[in-house]
Design a protein around this ligand. Structure first.
Ligand code: ATP
Ligand code: MG
Length: 548
């Protein structure tokens, strides 16, 4: 992908730092997920940005679990996160846990207390809200703000020793209750929570707040550029304040914000995605409709298609929503010259060639990938009974319909011209089969040039057809009349289709273009030796053109 798009504003900041020797030309980034769910495509953007930025400058990237919340850590999430980062093609320098730094964080908090820069408060949450003020009016100082350093130190140590109940006290940074930035109005930096932690057990009953913990984590690891999403822009003064005042570090990391990824036709929040899993709306975190990395992988996306997508959308300073068609475009581009075609028939209609010699069998030659002649050809069986797509026949054709209808002649791709003569139906009027004649002169590759036909359709031989299960996916969310994002009741259509014999060899995870239908992958969980289940990765039409 173009280096131009990659030359984003973050690289400009780093170039300037390097020129001025701020970090001695070193670039060290981190990806800091909270292990409370599976990663989604938004995280992929952050992963790509952190890792490729470090790579560009010969630097390093840490994977750091942000586990300052004492919620039960789920091993499933930790394993999934690591699998996803590796699958995307990245290798971290170190794998770390924020909770490993709790001692240092506590010391830093005591240091603030000793400097008179933090105090223990006992306002109720309601009072706290009232004292905080609003965007238009300054806040009000809490009575505890003027407590002595000794009192604060004693109270903070009592907090640590478990002498207070949850919520009874908090430690607040003493900054400025009149600051126009509400984040600077004496923010809470430690809270009480009598909850055991997966890593530190019962050692702590006080836990640091994100805004206090994160800069310290970055500084301990020697991170140079701490890249995060835009909602933290107003927190940056606090990030800088912490590093300036805990005073352990003379060359503090720099927080840089970028716009988070939003995508049409889906939701992008672990909380909402977990809801879909818990409510059984999807089959799991790796349901092929999910925007999780695990879901996209199972759906058939490739790591390079996702990396290209993240590169293509670029890095911006203002929020926007990307059309999900762009993600479709990236996977089509990646697969179009890599995968082989297979003939697969959806909504099959049987065609009997009434003039085809009884018991005759032959094979015809079809190309494996029309864009890549080097990928060669294959032989597929043909006989007097074939299946064609339901969509390739109309008893009463609409205007400009060039495929099969009574009296019309079409080319069967790779085989012969056929003409439909008769539609055989049951008593209820359902089509049982079509009776057609074929023209033996018109065999593909025979050099026949007698006449042209406007329509070309494809087929599978009825006697050797292999039934497969096909899952055609549609967006998980659609817009309703009011323009709201709502669950799509038809996000998956499951069908039994007929494939050419070679489809029986498909291995789990193998991708194909189902000729004229779309790109498909043999589902990695459900495909067996005897049963083939295919997920539609993306259809063939491309409604999206990237900006030049
Ligand atoms: P969610 O709300 O989905 O849980 P989060 O931001 O709480 O997201 P974290 O695990 O805390 O999830 O995020 C790890 C990193 O990924 C953070 O640096 C965060 O900014 C980044 N990130 C999360 N969502 C997006 C997104 N949609 N686009 C870009 N980066 C994101
Ligand atoms: Mg979070």
């Amino acid at each position: 992908m173009s280096e131009n798009k990659a030359a984003n504003f973050i690289h400009q900041i780093i170039d300037k730092d390097n020129e001025e020797g701020v970090y001695g030309k070193e670039v060290y980034t981190r990806f800091p997920p909270e292990p409370n769910g599976y990663l989604h495509i938004g995280h992929a953007k952050s992963i790509c940005l952190n890792f490729t930025t470090a790579q560009k400058y010969g630097g390093k990237t840490n994977l750091r679990y942000d586990d300052t919340n004492p919620v039960k850590e789920d091993v499933e999430y930790v394993d999934a996160i690591e699998e996803d980062v590796k699958w995307l093609g990245f290798r971290w320098e170190k794998r770390l846990w924020a909770s490993d730094y709790f001692d240092t964080m506590y010391e830093a908090a005591e240091e603030l207390v000793k400097k008179g820069l933090a105090y223990v408060d006992d306002l109720t949450p309601e009072e706290m809200r009232e004292y905080r003020g609003t965007l238009k009016s300054p806040g009000k100082e809490s009575p505890a703000r003027s407590q002595s350093i000794e009192d604060n130190l004693e109270l903070f140590r009592k907090m640590k020793a478990g002498e207070f109940a949850d919520g009874e006290r908090v430690l607040r940074a003493k900054i400025d209750m009149a600051s126009p930035n509400i984040n600077m109005r004496d923010p809470i930096i430690y809270r009480i929570a009598h909850i055991p932690h997966h890593n530190t057990g019962d050692k702590w009953c006080i836990y640091p707040m994100y805004d206090f913990a994160h800069p310290i984590e970055d500084a301990i690891e020697g991170i140079t550029h701490s890249i995060c999403t835009l909602e933290f822009e107003d927190h940056r003064p606090l990030y800088d304040w912490v590093l300036k005042n805990v005073g352990f570090w003379n060359n503090p990391p720099k927080q840089i914000e970028f716009a988070r990824l939003n995508l049409t036709n889906t939701v992008m929040s672990k909380r909402l995605l977990k809801g879909l899993v818990d409510d059984g709306i999807v089959e799991g975190w790796d349901d092929p409709r999910m925007p999780t990395i695990a879901g996209l992988r199972r759906r058939g996306y490739t790591p390079s298609s996702i990396r290209n997508f993240c590169e293509e959308i670029g890095v911006a300073k203002s929020n926007s929503t990307i059309d999900s068609a762009m993600l479709d475009f990236c996977i089509r581009e990646d697969l179009k010259e890599k995968v082989e075609n297979r003939n697969v028939i959806e909504d099959p209609i049987k065609v009997v060639l009434t003039n085809y010699p009884k018991d005759k069998r032959e094979t015809v030659t079809v190309e494996n990938n029309r864009n890549v002649p080097e990928m060669g050809e294959r032989e597929i069986p043909f006989s007097g009974e074939i299946y064609i797509d339901g969509a390739d026949f109309m008893e009463v054709p609409v205007k400009k319909y060039f495929r099969l209808f009574p009296g019309n002649e079409v080319r069967v791709k790779g085989a012969y011209f056929i003409t439909c003569n008769e539609v055989i139906k049951d008593e209820d009027g359902n089509i049982l089969e079509l009776h057609c004649t074929y023209d033996p002169e018109t065999r593909s590759g025979s050099g026949f040039e007698g006449r042209k036909v406007k329509g070309t359709i494809h087929f599978v031989d009825a006697k050797t057809a292999v039934p497969i299960k096909v899952r055609n996916y549609n967006p998980l969310y659609i817009e309703n009349e009011k323009g709201e994002n709502v669950l799509n009741p038809n996000s998956v259509e499951e069908k039994i289709c007929y494939g050419e014999p070679m489809i029986a060899d498909a291995k789990p995870g193998e991708r194909f273009q189902f000729f004229r239908h779309g790109y498909y992958i043999a589902d990695s969980k459900l495909t067996t030796e005897t049963e083939k289940v295919f997920n539609r990765i993306v259809d063939l039409k491309s409604s999206f053109k990237p900006k030049k």
